[in-house]
Design a protein around this ligand. Structure first.
Ligand SMILES: [Zn+2]
Length: 95
């Protein structure tokens, strides 16, 4: 494998965390430039995966957001019946 083949492989790979092709491993162990590209690509992929990981919302935030959405919806569609039991008096009214 040469550097050009490596770049094509790097751009085309779609499955990460899989054992790499022995030719690829051999090349990145002998070519410093491609080794750096390989490391940067792996780091970038890890950062992207981390940024899309699930985060826990603060307690009650999802409920508050839903209440605000419901409130905004029913404020704009006043002819519709509002579901009973939703606390509306503490929500701000946009005028
Ligand atoms: Zn190379």
């Amino acid at each position: 494998m040469n550097c050009k083949d490596f770049l094509i492989w790097l751009q085309d790979r779609t499955i990460h965390n899989q054992p790499e092709d022995p030719e690829v491993l051999d090349h990145i162990h002998t070519c410093e430039t491609c080794n750096r590209l390989y490391c940067m690509d792996n780091c970038l992929e890890a950062c992207i995966q981390k940024s899309f990981s699930l985060q826990k919302l603060p307690h009650g935030l999802a409920q508050k957001i839903n209440q605000h959405i419901d409130h905004a919806f029913y404020s704009r569609h006043q002819s519709l019946d509002q579901p009973a039991g939703l606390p509306r008096q503490d929500l701000p009214v946009k005028k």
